[in-house]
Design a protein. Structure first.
Lengths: 162, 284
């Protein structure tokens, strides 16, 4: 008989301190979706290629599908659920809607988190920096242009010339 | 499976001694977690070393010293590293996306020993040595002796790769990393080539180092091609001859990204382009 050992740790998730009990091989993606019911973060490729599962770990975007929850004791996690307040969308979320940057929507939470990190690091990024920042996120619907326009708008910049 | 959180080097060495080959060192996890989740490895314990702060130290006094936990993000963006190791910085900035670069470490990239490891060619042309440490002491090896074969290294089960030391780009030299891929983001190299060339004041090549990845089981330097460049001014005939030596040394395979024949055909052009870029940078 094998006994599974659980690891106990404290992690801050979306501003709230959570006491977690996880398996050694449990990913942060699983902890968020199954353990904490935060299903905004999506499971895509499960190998760090698509960025659908992107969350912020201490203000940097990471693929939560490749992160062992046991490895993030005491650290700060933010998910897409942190971007809105009740029914009120965050600025970047609203800009995504206004610019048609959401089609099927599956990749959207990951893009929003990467781009949230970008805007925190660089409040008015030029389109070239936006493109570089989202190299690790894949969208098969939009062609990315609408997202870049949304980021520029959310940053308060001029409209991107088509 | 157990999860061992090592916060000090001593704790890591103890865990490595206890678990031996059943333990797998976990740093950023961008390779280890993929391999675990795909069932390619089945360790009894993950030994998590990311909390050992001493392993993130970077020193730029004399030879550059990089702690094994130095991330690709740091390699690609820290100004002193970008200035001393431009080819390494360029290579690190092409490894995965932002998400991968903030987690993936240079030590992890070496221990993973992928034939396509982007950091290896630029590290090889910087005369990199690695330090392997264990309870009893440590040893220092040239990088070319550390990587033994595809996904195989000289690291013993009780050892931890703790640091690397590199020769910074000397005055009068330039280096570049050129990567051939398919889409310009999230790329595994079809071919990766790092070149460092030193020039005398009258523009004659007095030193040359060339290393490549994704064209054989192990990224490595190609002394035959290096020798062709020395004493020349990089004329077309010299570059052709060096390209031929490079092509002769390549042992590529057909895979999902490209055929072996295609990889061979690109080497001459990539070398010519890389050498010209070095020449232009030094003349500027």
């Amino acid at each position: 008989m094998t006994t599974e050992s659980f690891i106990h740790l404290a992690v801050e998730v979306n501003g709230t301190s959570r006491q977690l009990s996880v398996r050694a091989d449990e990913t942060l993606l699983e902890t968020l979706r199954v353990g904490l019911g935060l299903t905004g973060t999506k499971e895509g490729c499960l190998e760090g290629e698509c960025g659908a599962c992107t969350v912020l770990l201490d203000d940097e975007p990471v693929d939560s599908c490749l992160l062992a929850t046991a490895a993030i004791e005491g650290r700060r996690v933010r998910t897409v659920e942190s971007l809105s307040t009740g029914e009120e969308l965050g600025r970047l979320q609203q800009a995504f809607l206004d610019h048609g940057a959401v089609q099927c929507g599956f990749c959207t939470p990951g893009f929003l988190m990467t781009l949230t990190a970008l805007l925190e690091h660089e409040p008015a990024p030029p389109p070239s920096d936006i493109r570089k920042a989202i190299a690790g996120n894949i969208c098969r619907c939009t062609g990315y242009r609408q997202m870049i326009e949304a980021v520029v708008a959310a940053a308060g910049g001029d409209e991107v010339q088509r | 499976m157990q999860f061992c959180r090592a916060e000090t080097l001593e704790a890591a060495f103890e865990a490595l001694s206890n678990w031996g080959a059943d333990g797998k060192v976990l740093a950023g996890g961008t390779d280890v977690m993929v391999q675990y989740l795909h069932g390619e490895i089945a360790p009894k314990a993950l030994i998590h070393i990311e909390g050992i702060h001493a392993l993130s130290a970077v020193s730029t006094q004399g030879r550059t010293a990089l702690g094994a936990l130095t991330t690709h993000r740091t390699l690609g963006s820290m100004p002193t590293l970008v200035a001393r190791h431009p080819a390494l910085a360029a290579a690190a900035a092409t490894v995965g996306g932002w998400q991968t670069q903030v987690k993936g470490t240079v030590g992890g990239n070496l221990c993973n020993a992928s034939p396509a490891a982007d950091t290896l060619p630029p590290l090889l042309i910087a005369d990199t040595h690695v330090t392997l440490s264990c309870v009893g002491g440590e040893r220092r090896l040239p990088l070319g002796e550390f990587i033994l074969d595809r996904r195989s290294t000289a690291l013993a089960a009780n050892e931890l790769l703790t640091s690397l030391d590199l020769e910074p780009l000397p005055e009068g030299s330039a280096e570049v990393y050129v990567k051939l891929g398919r889409r310009g983001a999230m790329e595994v190299a079809v071919v990766g080539l790092a070149v460092r060339i030193g020039f005398s004041e009258d523009g004659v090549v007095d030193s040359a180092r060339i290393a490549m990845c994704s064209v054989g089981p192990v990224p490595r330097r190609i002394p035959d091609a290096e020798a062709v460049l020395i004493g020349s001014k990089l004329d077309a005939t010299v570059l052709d001859a060096a390209g031929e030596a490079l092509t002769a040394a390549a042992r590529p395979i057909d895979d999902a990204r490209a055929t072996a024949a295609y990889r061979r055909r690109t080497l001459r052009g990539l070398l010519g382009s890389a050498a010209r870029q070095c020449q232009e940078q030094v003349q500027r």
